[in-house]
Design a protein around this ligand. Sequence first.
Ligand SMILES: NC(=O)c1ccc[n+]([C@@H]2O[C@H](COP(=O)([O-])OP(=O)(O)OC[C@H]3O[C@@H](n4cnc5c(N)ncnc54)[C@H](O)[C@@H]3O)[C@@H](O)[C@H]2O)c1
Length: 326
Amino acid sequence: MRILVTGGAGFIGSHLIDRLMTEGHEVICLDNFFTGHKRNILKWLGNPYFELIRHDITEPIRLEADQVYHLACPASPVHYQYNPVKTIKTNVMGTLNMLGLAKRVKARFLLASTSEVYGDPEVHPQSEEYRGNVNPIGIRSCYDEGKRVAETLAFDYHRQNNVDIRVARIFNTYGPRMLENDGRVVSNLVVQALQGIPLTIYGTGSQTRSFCYVSDLVDGLMRLMNGDYIGPVNLGNPDEYTILELAQTVQAMVNPDAELVYKPLPQDDPQRRKPDITRAKTLLNWSPSVPLRQGLEWTIQDFRDRLEKADTTENSQTTLMSVAQA
Ligand SMILES: NC(=O)c1ccc[n+]([C@@H]2O[C@H](COP(=O)([O-])OP(=O)(O)OC[C@H]3O[C@@H](n4cnc5c(N)ncnc54)[C@H](O)[C@@H]3O)[C@@H](O)[C@H]2O)c1
């Protein structure tokens, strides 16, 4: 099949592309490189079955594909709050453009939505029937409400134009290739521990999250795309940890001497987040299999390699500069 992946140079998108290429598909990766990077898809450049297009999805584009995985959108608060109006445009105009493309070429369309559509949830765990508790005017709204509109658009294109849609609500996902500076809790803690600086905990650390390893998530996305159920379906790991537990695990794995420091909780930060994955289990026969410690080990290794490489480059640049200055 010819498969279009928007946001394919990003964290989840690049892992998805690895799987699709390995399975022998033809892949088109569309990305504007806002948070994505060429190094994530470097190994496929030059492969005749892989195409990379630098494009911003807020502009229309004409392409042929059998399936569209629509992932393009910055996912971490630091990045989606950098230019909130652009985030809304990406979610609304970008999703409109990609749904229009899917309609025109009769491609199946999968939307990467998010657990953020539940906002700061009043029910626990969150099932797909829960309609959410989202602040429409807060600093997270460009993302939360943007994704809610994206879901609405997908379902309206389905009802009105028979577009064959799939909607995944993704919960916190982690793994190799997350950005070091994206402010998400796993990357924050791992990078701080590796750099030997204190590990930051926002609030008391009693707020909970669930963490899904990226290969499990990719597997769920592919099952959803290739099954009959249109969704929405929660994809996430239901094992729940407090942020303090996560910090202590990272501390024990990387640097037992690292200090923990507490900072105020950001606005609208959800207290509890845990997916009810009954639908994914029964309708997609999917459940995550990578335990947190194992996934953390692989993630820590990847960050360690990248930080060492960055150090070496910085050192050689400093040497070059001092040579030039001398
Ligand atoms: N990682 C998670 O925990 C998580 C959780 C819930 C939902 N999601 C969703 O999954 C998708 C992928 O997330 P990720 O973690 O890989 O994030 P990411 O930021 O690593 O990837 C997003 C990609 O989209 C690209 N992009 C952003 N705006 C674009 C635009 N206007 N035009 C073209 N490309 C654009 C970026 O350059 C990047 O490559 C996102 O839609 C996100 O909302 C992720």
